[in-house]
Ligand binder design. Structure first.
Ligand SMILES: Cc1cc2nc3c(=O)[nH]c(=O)nc-3n(C[C@H](O)[C@H](O)[C@H](O)COP(=O)(O)OP(=O)(O)OC[C@H]3O[C@@H](n4cnc5c(N)ncnc54)[C@H](O)[C@@H]3O)c2cc1C
Length: 574
């Protein structure tokens, strides 16, 4: 798909009648493209910016059932997510890997050990496993040496998983392309086309060449995430999306070392927050606030969110004495949540929705983790428009198995990483490496060879595509990797075929973008989080979440689920 002339090739065939046009190149669109291509449909995906430019490169990167969704009674999404997590762990080693989660319990605090234990029992049972365990305070401190000691009673460990979100999108698109799907970045669907009041296609605009084209398809799918209302308004539907921003701080791992994730309740509002290791750094997130800025502007963390997350780490890991100087980078994403007008954004449901409106199928909400289930749902909904479509298969791996040998003598960690992130392209990546490029870029787990390969063969249009989404150096290196830019240039400029002027302009634009959206806001604007914490301590008791009765209900539900699953298994074994 990403051969040198891939754009021209797809664009030259754009006028053909398509079975499915997918608008939006995040994980939702990528998943639909993948399943449509698997079903043998002629499918085209267009993304107005870069693949995964939207929320799908800005998530917490967890492939999880979502214990917190369970706590708020969103059982359906937890069940589906747990099942999908298990599938992804099996199919995508090196891209989706297990991650232990640690959760402390404190004397006199609510929810307490009993409620957490009940919730985790349900969570495990949903995956038909028993991975959680309780540790005494002494044992727990060995797992998280920096945790606040006050009233520590002990804590649980349970298992979830994590991924590299934009690499997941790319791998799904790559596998769809291998099955005949077509995908273009920097092509926007500006306007929907109608026949007899029904959507039959879209007018597309290539942001690189300025060319436009009218594309007809039997089914048009709106997978534009938080942007979904923009196309829905064109079919006369009412706006329903409540864009909610979630932001993260990225810390140098040596300042906030973590072997596994730690999840805890925020001291200011009782929301669950996480600190976890990812790609050699430590991420802390997330927030959940109404996002008022235009969606077309790249989102960035606000000064209040910085203080909110600093308050969380200050309270949970006081011995580390973390300051703003320890923050390597920040990032923010916008959740496409269906608004019901609740005061507390965190109470809005995270379930996905599929709406059929005058021939436009909108698929939004949901999670990264559940992308395949969402895609299957979407394809089933368009079945009547494509009566010859074979029934959607769900008994196939989500990601193609990659049982290939890699050349040379690579460590098992590197082998897993390359096969997971690059799939069938991994051998070509290794073969393209120049001497010394199979080593890690200092301070990261990324190989120099990944940079060369991405520049050569992964549809990079701008430098931020390369440094923020093909590899994640912009999120993990200080100043977006500015100090290593000469070496990046030496490797990538010839691969990208850019002259010096183009490189200089791209580098300047990337560093400006990094400064405005991936670094800290002006320090003078960031509220004093120690004062925020002191005020919260002085005020009444911290808000208690009403977990307990939900958990009791869920324990009962777990029994029902277990029974149903056991019966289904027994039936399928017969
Ligand atoms: C802070 C945060 C943390 C999260 N953490 C997790 C997590 O740990 N695990 C998890 O499972 N989920 C998580 N999620 C949820 C998950 O990230 C999202 O549900 C998912 O990424 C949404 O994918 P999407 O494809 O629907 O939307 P997006 O990724 O936003 O993709 C939509 C794309 O459509 C494009 N587009 C818009 N309009 C047009 C147009 N007219 N023409 C062409 N293209 C267009 C946009 O540019 C965009 O790239 C998190 C979300 C947030 C915000």
């Amino acid at each position: 798909m990403w051969a040198k002339d891939w754009r021209e090739k797809i664009w030259s065939q754009i006028g053909q009648p398509w079975d499915v046009l997918v608008i939006g190149g995040g994980i939702t669109g990528a998943g639909i493209l993948r399943e449509a291509a698997r079903a043998g449909l002629r499918v085209l995906l267009v993304e107005q910016r870069d693949f995964a430019w939207g929320t799908s490169s800005r998530s917490s990167k967890l492939v999880h059932g979502g214990l917190r969704y369970l706590a708020t009674g969103q059982v359906g999404i937890t069940l589906t997510s747990v099942r999908e997590r298990e599938n992804l762990l099996e199919d995508g080693p090196g891209l989706i890997d297990p991650l232990g989660f640690l959760m402390a319990t404190h004397r006199g605090a609510k929810p307490g050990r009993l409620a957490y234990g009940a919730g985790l029992a349900v969570y495990d049972l949903m995956a038909l496993q028993w991975s959680h365990r309780y540790y005494s305070a002494e044992e727990f401190r060995m797992l998280v040496p920096h945790i606040a000691g006050e009233d520590l009673q002990g804590g649980f460990r349970y298992e979830d998983a994590q991924t590299d979100d934009s690499r997941l999108v790319l791998r799904v698109i790559q596998e769809a392309a291998a099955d005949g799907g077509a995908a273009l970045n920097y092509v926007a669907a500006d306007e929907l086309l109608f026949k007899d009041g029904e959507v039959v296609g879209a007018r597309l605009r290539d942001h690189i060449t300025g060319e436009t084209a009218e594309v007809l398809a039997k089914a048009v799918i709106n997978a534009t995430g938080a942007f979904a209302d923009q196309l829905r308004l064109q079919v006369g539907a009412e706006a329903r999306i409540r864009p909610l921003r979630g932001s993260h701080l990225v810390f140098a791992a040596w300042r906030l070392p973590m072997a596994q994730a730690v999840t805890f309740v925020h001291p200011l509002d009782g929301r669950p927050v996480f600190a976890f290791p990812w790609e050699g750094v430590t991420l802390v997130g997330t927030t959940d606030l109404d996002h008022e800025a235009p969606l077309t502007d790249e989102p960035g963390i606000s000064p209040y969110e910085v203080a909110y997350l600093m308050a969380a780490v200050a309270q949970q890991f006081p011995a580390r004495g973390l300051t703003l100087d320890d923050v390597v980078a920040t990032y923010a994403g916008v959740r496409p949540v269906i608004g019901t007008g609740r005061d507390d954004p965190s109470k809005e449901s995270r379930e996905h929705v599929v709406w059929q409106e005058n021939g436009l199928l909108t698929v939004t909400g949901g999670k990264l983790t559940t992308f395949r289930a969402v895609a299957v749902d979407a394809l089933r909904m368009i079945h009547e428009r494509l009566p010859d479509m074979p029934s959607v298969k769900t008994d196939v791996p989500v990601l193609n198995p990659v049982n290939i040998e890699l050349p040379g003598s690579l460590s098992e960690t590197v082998r897993r990483r390359l096969l997971g992130r690059y799939g069938a392209d991994a051998p070509d990546l290794v073969n393209a490496a120049q001497p010394g490029e199979l080593e890690c870029i200092p301070g990261t787990l990324t190989l120099w060879a990944e940079l060369r390969w991405a520049a050569r063969a992964e549809g990079v249009v701008h430098l931020d595509d390369l440094l923020l989404r093909r590899v994640r150096l912009g999120l993990i290196l200080p100043n977006g990797g500015a100090a290593l830019m000469p070496r990046f240039r030496q490797i990538c400029q010839p691969e990208l075929g850019w002259d010096d002027r183009r490189w200089d302009a791209e580098e300047a634009a990337y560093l400006r973008l990094w400064e405005s959206c991936y670094s800290l806001p002006p320090r003078s604007d960031i509220p004093d989080w120690t004062a925020m914490l002191a005020a919260a301590r002085a005020a009444v008791k911290p808000k208690k979440r009403r977990f307990t009765h939900a958990f009791v209900l869920l324990v009962i539900l777990a029994g029902v689920v277990l029974l149903a699953r056991a019966r289904r298994r027994a039936a399928s074994n017969q």
